[in-house]
Ligand binder design. Structure first.
Ligand code: SAH
Length: 344
C-alpha cells in the first residue's frame, strides 16, 4: 500500500488504513474529522498525530486538494470559485450568502452530457464524472477559505447532472452528512430528469431534498430544449415525483426556467397546474440567465408575473427566483469552466 489518497477512502477505507498502521480505531475518527471538518490540506495539520506518526502516514499516503485557480466576487456578494483538478480539468462552485445561510452550489461532473439548449454547461458536453472526493472537496475548500464561517447548505446545481453520476454523488452526500456534519435536510440534488436516479436517491440517500428542472409543460417543447426528455418523458418524470417519499413538511422543488416565447405562455401555466396535481411541491420560476451565444431570451417581467399569478390562483406555491451572480457568469446555467472553448 503506497501513495493512497486519503480523501479517496470512505469510512471503511479509512478504518482499514488505520488498522494497517496498527493504530487504535479511534484514530480513524480523528483522521476523518481532521480531513473533512477541519479541512486538513497537509499531514502537518493532523495535529492529534505525533510527528513520528505523521511521517509514517506520509510514507504511505497523501492528501489531495483542489487547486484554487480563480475566485471572483459578484456585486451582490455571490462568489464563484474555479477549481483545477488533478488531470487539469476545471470545475466551478458558487457560494451564495443569504441572511445566516451560506449555500454552496457544487458541481458533480466536468461538463455535462444532458445538452440542455439553454444551459452554458450543456454546450460543453461531458468530459468526465467527478469522484466523490472531488465533489466533497468543493465544500471542504470553501469552508477553509471562509473560516470562521461555514457552508450551511449544499445544492448540487453546479456543472453536471448529479443523477448521471449517482454512485459518486451518493457517496459524496454521505460524507457531507457524516463527516462534515451538514444536515440532510440542507442538501438538495437537482436533476434534469433521470428517472431511475430519482428512485435510487430516495432509497440510498433518504431525506435529501429533490429538485426537478422541469422547464416545459409539453413533451414537444421539452424534447426540443432538454433532449433527456426523449428518454424520460414528462409522464414518467412526474410519476417518479409522485412516488418520491417526502417527510413531513417537505416539498419537491420544481424549477422552471422561463424563456421568451418558448415556455412562458398562460397555457403553459395552466398545464403546469394540471401536471403538478397530487405532487407536494413548490415552483421556482427562474427567468433565463443569458450567456454569450445563448439562443434564448428572458421574458419581459410582466409575463413572468402573469405566469406566477395563474399558478398562485390555483394554490401552487410559486416564487420568482432572480439568480444571483449574473455579473460574474455565476448564475444558474452560466457555469462553464472547461478551458477549451468555455470562455469563462
Ligand atoms: N443538471 C442538473 C443540475 C444543474 S442545472 C439539473 O438540470 O437540474 C441547475 C439549474 O439551472 C437547473 O434548474 C437548470 O434548469 C437551470 N438552468 C440551466 N441553464 C439556465 C439558464 N441559462 N438560466 C437559468 N437557469 C438555467
Amino acid at each position: 500500500m503506497k501513495n493512497i489518497n486519503l480523501k479517496s477512502l470512505d469510512k471503511t477505507g479509512i478504518e482499514g488504513f488505520i488498522r494497517s498502521l496498527d493504530l487504535p480505531r479511534y484514530r480513524a475518527h480523528q483522521l476523518i474529522l481532521r480531513l473533512y471538518r477541519h479541512g486538513a490540506a497537509d499531514m502537518d495539520e493532523l495535529t492529534e498525530f505525533s510527528l513520528g506518526l505523521r511521517a509514517t502516514i506520509r510514507d504511505r499516503a497523501f492528501i489531495s486538494n483542489l487547486r484554487l485557480d480563480d475566485r471572483v466576487r459578484s456585486s451582490d456578494g455571490t462568489e464563484k470559485f474555479l477549481f483545477g483538478l488533478e488531470d487539469d480539468a476545471a470545475i466551478e462552485a458558487v457560494l451564495i450568502p443569504e441572511g445566516g445561510r451560506r449555500t454552496l452550489c457544487v458541481s458533480s461532473q466536468v461538463g455535462c452530457a444532458m445538452a440542455c439548449r439553454f444551459c452554458r454547461t450543456g454546450a460543453l458536453g461531458l468530459r468526465r464524472n467527478l469522484k466523490a472526493y472531488e465533489i466533497v472537496d468543493q465544500v471542504i475548500a470553501v469552508n477553509r477559505m471562509i473560516f470562521p464561517e461555514r457552508v450551511t447548505n449544499v445544492v448540487l446545481m453546479g456543472m453536471g447532472e448529479p443523477l448521471a453520476n449517482c454512485d459518486e454523488v451518493i457517496d459524496a452526500l454521505w460524507r457531507m452528512v457524516d463527516f462534515i456534519g451538514i444536515s440532510k435536510r440542507r442538501i438538495t440534488v437537482s436533476t434534469a430528469g433521470i428517472v431511475p436516479g430519482i428512485a435510487a436517491l430516495s432509497e440510498r440517500a433518504p431525506e435529501v431534498n429533490l429538485a426537478i428542472s422541469l422547464n416545459a409543460t409539453t413533451d414537444e417543447v421539452r424534447n426540443r430544449i432538454m433532449p433527456v426528455n426523449k428518454r424520460y418523458p414528462l409522464r414518467m418524470l412526474l410519476g417518479a415525483c409522485r412516488k418520491f417519499p417526502l417527510s413531513r413538511g417537505r416539498r419537491i422543488t420544481i424549477e422552471y426556467v422561463m424563456m421568451d416565447g418558448v415556455n412562458d405562455f398562460p397555457e403553459d401555466a395552466r398545464r403546469l397546474v394540471t401536471l403538478l396535481a397530487g405532487i407536494r411541491c413548490k415552483v421556482n420560476l427562474i427567468p433565463l440567465n443569458p450567456f454569450p451565444g445563448c439562443d434564448f431570451r428572458r421574458p419581459p417581467s410582466e409575463r413572468v408575473l402573469a405566469f406566477q399569478a395563474i399558478l398562485m390562483r390555483h394554490k401552487v406555491r410559486t416564487l420568482i427566483r432572480e439568480s444571483r451572480g449574473q455579473d460574474i457568469l455565476a448564475a444558474c446555467g452560466q457555469l462553464a469552466a472547461a478551458r477549451e472553448g468555455g470562455g469563462s
